[in-house]
Design a protein around this ligand. Structure first.
Ligand code: ACO
Length: 381
């Protein structure tokens, strides 16, 4: 038995290698830290989806394709615009992706057909999120003409004004860092759904549902709320002590696979958070995160608990002035690349995913007619 499927290898993959010994992550053989430094999200998505870095011409074509797909079918646009304002943006995004399937011919189940659906979904997710966000604020939707990247398009569509080059680059780096991370819960969910030969819309809808949970992507919202609750560096110890005393987990800490040292992505995230804090002359969120890291570390590192990406992602998104509940759909927008890559890879040699379990329940009970049943001592809910 493998509780939580810890350590179970479910498929072979050429997409992402996490080298725990050397604290490195590789996307298709390329060092993630180099990609974060020199690449763009578009180039990284191309790499993840097509298996190699693009030429200038290929990247241009791919960027044009993404731009052309940055639109929503009218029924999805209406759904997102009219969604209850109190809805969580991640739920609206999940519903929007599901609704995108309506009216499309889904009969072609080839990996190529799923890949082109995946590109369409990935391209249109920022608009779905931005349209909802602006509608709930009573603002009309913006479809930025002339946005030069996915990151710029997203921030622009969300805010209604063009972000600075620095903000765009920071979001681009976040997209690259969040784009893929091997067989995590949401990638496994996407592959599991797709293994039944359900379509890419179904797989991505399910992956977004998985990402939402606070043990997975939802932690980047909880971590931002934690920073806000703490609010002053002097409150860190008291806040952490009260959480632990109440038996609660500290969001942004702990990881299923990083139990012998911190997540390698933190090197990039900490440096980006430091740059943004310095540019803004506002160190508050960074310093709270650093104090949290020291203090939670002093309490929990002996259990193999270190900060994860969501702690510093929350700091970076604070500096980018993202509304807190947008942290999670922002993660989903970036991670769509990894989900699509895994679904397409698995579809190429598909086998239905159908594990088993060990039965521990009662055996050989005899059916008692309803009229003869006695009231059990503990009644059922
Ligand atoms: N705060 C306090 N204690 C923790 C935390 C935490 N964040 N994480 C784990 N622990 C403790 C557990 O209570 C447990 O203690 P025990 O042995 O005394 O019972 C021990 O560490 C081991 O925990 P497990 O649940 O076995 O660890 P697992 O590998 O299953 O969980 C997980 C990993 C779910 C990420 C966990 O660390 C957690 O809940 N973290 C907080 C939520 C979070 O930040 N999630 C984002 C993960 S990254 C991502 O998905 C994008």
């Amino acid at each position: 038995m493998y509780p939580g499927l810890e350590g179970v290898e479910v498929k072979e993959s050429e997409i992402c290698f996490i080298d725990l010994e050397n604290s490195k992550i590789w996307y298709r053989g390329y060092d993630l830290e180099e990609l974060a430094q020199y690449s763009t999200y578009e180039e990284t998505v191309y790499l993840l989806l097509y298996g190699r870095l693009p030429t200038v011409g290929e990247l241009g074509e791919f960027s044009k394709k993404l731009a052309a797909h940055r639109r929503l079918p009218s029924h999805v646009y209406d759904l997102v615009t009219n969604a209850p304002k109190s809805g969580e943006p991640i739920d609206v995004l999940r519903t929007a992706v599901s609704a995108m399937a309506l009216g499309e011919d889904l009969s072609d189940k080839s990996p190529e057909a799923e890949l082109s659906r995946g590109v369409k979904i990935l391209a249109s997710m920022p608009l779905a999120v931005a349209v909802f966000h602006r509608a709930r604020d009573g603002q009309s939707a913006i479809t930025p003409e002339g946005a030069e990247s996915h990151a710029e398009y997203y921030l622009w569509a969300l805010r209604g004004e063009r972000p600075t080059a620095r903000e765009t680059r920071a979001m681009d780096v976040m997209f690259i860092i969040y784009a893929e991370h091997s067989m995590n819960n949401s990638a496994f969910t996407a592959v599991t759904v797709s293994s039944t030969l359900a379509d890419m819309y179904a797989a991505i809808t399910a992956a977004i549902a998985s990402l939402k949970g606070p043990l997975h992507g939802g932690a980047n919202v909880d971590a931002a709320r934690m920073l806000e609750e703490i609010n002053r560096i002097g409150n860190v110890e008291k806040w952490v002590d009260s959480q632990l005393a109440a038996g609660r987990r500290i969001p942004g800490f702990g990881h299923r696979i990083y139990k012998r040292g911190p997540d390698p992505r933190l090197r990039v995230l900490k440096s980006l958070a430091g740059d943004l804090a310095a540019e803004r002359g506002d160190y508050k969120w960074l310093e709270i995160a650093q104090r949290l890291e020291e203090y939670v570390g002093s309490k929990l590192s002996q259990k193999g608990i270190y900060p994860n990406t969501d702690l510093y992602a929350a700091v970076i998104f604070k500096y980018l002035q993202l509304p807190v509940d947008m942290n999670l759909p922002t993660f989903a927008i970036a991670r769509a690349a990894g989900w699509v890559a895994h679904v397409v890879e698995y579809r190429r040699a598909n086998r239905l995913i159908r594990p088993t379990e060990r039965y521990r329940g009662p055996a050989r009970l005899r059916y008692v007619p309803l009229s003869q049943r006695e009231t059990p001592t503990a009644s059922v809910g």
